[in-house]
Design a protein around this ligand. Structure first.
Ligand code: 5GP
Ligand code: MG
Length: 210
């Protein structure tokens, strides 16, 4: 049964079986990956619709500001940020700048190693910063990034596409979807370097995860 998703004005809670627009056909994952994936959790249409809503929320959140610097967490946040930033520039009065930060704690595993490695970015002192991250699980990665960036910006906000709803002690200003605590891939998210190019958010089969 297709889920009807009519209200994209606030965080969308994704049920275990996934989420798609009423008008969308059954989601198709690429044949080559079919044996590795459990299901599609969020379809392309739902991602697109929610990103438009997020762009509106971000524009409101930065009311009175002319320009923001989007600091994208590599590599996972890349696809999401590329779509979000284009919608922001197209549909809001905000001007955008783009910057990157690289951060890794997972290696080739499906759980965090606990230590976060960070790579330096451009000088963003005194700018209005929007940190763009793909997903929050324990919040450990984001906590490190927020502590580092908060002091540099004049104004600092965080946007995440997916939140597993378990992190505490961190502030998330804009959340795309709240998802169940499963390991997901696609739309920039990987497992051991794979699945980033899939257009949808997928659940990877548990037996494949280390
Ligand atoms: P945390 O530090 O919040 O536990 O984990 C955040 C980071 O771990 C994210 O930036 C992301 O790179 C990775 N991560 C967490 N959950 C998932 C997941 O379900 N799938 C993928 N591909 N990466 C995840
Ligand atoms: Mg990440």
């Amino acid at each position: 049964m297709h889920k009807v998703v009519s209200d994209f004005s606030k965080t969308v809670v994704v049920p275990e079986e996934g989420i798609r627009l009423a008008s969308e056909p059954e989601p198709k994952v690429r044949e080559k990956y079919i044996n590795e994936l459990d299901k599609v959790l969020i379809t392309k249409g739902c991602l697109d619709a929610r990103i438009k809503g997020l762009a509106r929320e971000i524009a409101n959140g930065f009311a009175g500001v002319d320009e923001i610097t989007c600091v994208v967490v590599l590599k996972g946040g890349m696809f999401f940020a590329a779509d979000l930033i284009r919608v922001l520039d197209e549909q809001s009065k905000l001007r955008t700048r783009l910057d990157f930060i690289k951060c890794s704690s997972y290696g080739d595993r499906s759980y965090s190693s606990g230590s976060v490695q960070m790579c330096q970015l451009d000088n963003i002192e005194g700018e209005n910063i929007l940190l763009i991250e793909d997903i929050v699980d324990t919040g450990g990665t984001l906590r490190v990034l927020q502590n580092y960036l908060k002091e540099k910006g004049k104004n600092f906000k965080t946007c995440v596409l997916l939140d597993k709803g378990v992190a505490s002690g961190i502030e998330l200003d804009f959340i795309g979807f709240r998802i169940p605590r499963v390991f997901v891939g696609g739309y920039g998210l990987d497992y051991a370097g794979k699945y980033r190019g899939l257009p949808e958010i997928v659940v990877i089969k548990k037996e494949l995860l280390k």
